[in-house]
Write a protein that binds this ligand. Structure first.
Ligand code: GUN
Length: 312
């Protein structure tokens, strides 16, 4: 039986770390990190996601603000709001939920968010930093995928990893993170010839094609680790709905470990959003947001040069 990688439990652990980082900032006299979420229109799935994000902020002590704009909001008004938030020091992270209504140029909007507040990691500056291995904010789902893989394979050096899917949001950034971790990475997609044979070589498969139950049991070698990023709502024969991933879960019990859908990658995405928000806040307030020890270093440096930790 394959081990089930419990994304909810791993997300909880990350949330505890985030919560203690928020507490440490507040103890040192800084304001709580602030995340602003913008939702344009009333797409039902987006409403659910945004509600979850806001609730998750509360649990770790991040101050969240929600801007709900009508579906006919002009691009100009949306850009004006983002400009205001970019210049508001109490806002450390800005997230504009996509999809946006058709009359709005999504790329233009995402590009208008200040890169240091872009907690989604979608801005071209952050994409460029990731692809050159030079820091920046890492997109939440790819970061969550890496943490899930590392929970079962701490060292990926020389491992064969097959990524299925080439999206800007998951496939491409995950491939970059895996390369930085010294894995041998094959990026594929639904049009890749011989995909089952390619997958059979993999020590790890990251399935992010958005194609329900694409990966079958005979695609998977014994002992592989499987990360399922797909999530599609399907109707059952009884007329109910269920969520299915990109991997045919019942056929892969010969794998070493597999993420469930739901309860695998999904909870990690939100936990990583919270972690990114705290990183952005620390970078803006303390000057260094990349890790606990860096935070301590930055604090001692700022005290050393006589600024003290309190910016007020
Ligand atoms: N829509 C679905 N997932 C996401 C996400 O991670 N970020 C944003 N901004 N919109 C989304």
């Amino acid at each position: 039986m394959a081990e089930i990688i419990d994304g909810r439990a791993i997300a909880r652990q990350l949330d505890e770390k985030t919560r203690s980082e928020v507490d440490a900032l507040v103890r040192d006299g800084y304001p709580a990190p602030g995340l602003t979420v913008i939702l344009v229109g009333n797409d039902p799935a987006s409403e659910v996601y945004v509600r979850r994000k806001i609730k998750a902020c509360e649990l770790v002590g991040i101050a969240s603000t929600e801007h709900r704009l009508p579906a006919d909001t002009s691009q100009e008004d949306l850009l004006a709001l983002i400009d205001k938030l970019n210049n508001d020091n109490s806002v450390h992270g800005i997230l504009c939920q996509v999809p946006l209504p058709d009359h709005i140029d999504t790329r233009r909007v995402l590009r208008s968010i200040a890169p240091e507040k872009d907690v989604d990691g979608f801005h071209p500056v952050n994409v460029g930093r990731l692809s050159t291995g030079s820091g920046g904010i890492v997109p939440c789902t790819p970061l969550g995928v890496m943490k899930l893989i590392n929970s079962v394979i701490p060292d990926l050096t020389g491992k064969n990893v097959v990524v299925i899917g080439k999206s800007n949001i998951v496939g491409k950034p995950v491939a970059n993170l895996l390369l930085d971790a010294e894995a041998t990475v094959t990026v594929t997609h639904i049009y890749t010839a011989g995909l089952p044979e390619i997958c059979r070589q993999a020590d790890v498969i990251v399935a992010a094609a958005g194609a329900p139950e694409l990966v079958r049991g005979h695609w998977v070698k014994d002992g592989a680790v499987l990360i399922d990023v797909g999530i599609t709502r399907q109707e059952t024969q009884e007329g109910k709905t269920k969520l299915v991933g990109d991997i045919k879960f019942d056929e892969v019990q010969h794998a070493a470990a597999v993420t469930p859908v739901p309860g695998g990658v999904g909870p990690m995405t939100i936990a990583c959003l919270l972690a990114n928000t705290v990183q952005a806040a620390r970078t803006s307030m303390v000057g260094n947001g990349s890790s606990d020890s860096d935070y301590a270093d930055a604090r001692s440096r700022s005290m050393f040069i006589g600024l003290g930790p309190n910016p007020k």
